[in-house]
Design a protein around this ligand. Structure first.
Ligand SMILES: [Zn+2]
Length: 239
């Protein structure tokens, strides 16, 4: 599936996603509404309520509404340490008010997305949470009515299809490294250029992810971290 990006305007960061986030959880919600993903996102982004989430998913598409390195307001637990708001990527499943086929398909799409995120962040299934795990709210209501463990199984199945074949007994994962940088430049980007490695931001984001830096935004600190690895010949090409 494709993820459509419809990111919130930076002018609304203060209201909708004020803080940088270290992701620990994937938090599942039901909208308790009968609107499409696009309509949900449009509404969320246009109002000034302190309510927000990262993804809305319906039977046809997945829309990303917030950057993944910023927190949303969806879990009803304030800004608690290790909480749902502070550390959770929120997925809203649409059409949960009336249910039916389009809800069931939306759930399937959400299971795929949850599995993809777990995999991207190298989390196991225990990082998959429901809203109710963080606050006294019966959400995701219809998903729970139909059976939470059923949904968890859907995510597990998706995860299996995404795992490399190394799962079947052979746990070896080959790691390759970029060539060691031995020059004198003080800039990570310059060093990449010298080594003829793509230094675009997208490329650096991928490199950062491969090297365990989540939410790379190009800060001096992050670049320094990556640069150190490059100078030691320990900058991973792939996970
Ligand atoms: Zn919820």
């Amino acid at each position: 599936m494709q993820i459509k990006e419809h990111l919130i305007s930076k002018t609304k960061y203060k209201i909708k996603c004020p803080n940088l986030m270290t992701v620990k959880w994937i938090v599942i919600h039901n909208t308790a509404n009968d609107a499409s993903a696009q309509n949900e996102v449009n509404y969320m982004q246009s109002n000034n309520n302190q309510i927000s989430y990262h993804f809305a998913v319906d039977d046809k598409e997945i829309i990303q509404a917030l950057p993944l390195n910023r927190n949303g307001w969806h879990a009803g637990d304030g800004y608690k340490e290790n909480g749902g708001n502070k550390c959770g990527i929120a997925i809203e499943i649409c059409y949960s008010k009336s249910g039916g086929d389009r809800f069931l398909q939306a759930e399937k799409n959400a299971a795929w997305l949850a599995a993809k995120l777990l995999k991207d962040y190298e989390f196991d299934i225990t990082h998959l949470k429901k809203h109710q795990d963080f606050a006294n709210k019966y959400c995701p209501h219809r998903t729970m009515d139909l059976g939470w463990s059923r949904f968890v199984d859907m995510v597990k199945k998706q995860l299996q299809t995404m795992k490399p074949s190394s799962q079947s007994g052979n746990k070896q994962i080959s790691v390759s490294y970029y060539p060691q940088y031995k020059g004198t430049s003080l800039s990570f980007v310059d060093a990449l250029n010298t080594l003829h490695i793509d230094s675009s931001k997208t490329s650096r984001q991928q490199i950062a992810l491969n090297n365990g830096i989540i939410g790379y935004s190009g800060t001096a600190k992050q670049n320094q971290q990556l640069f150190q690895l490059l100078k030691q010949g320990k900058l991973k090409k792939e996970k």
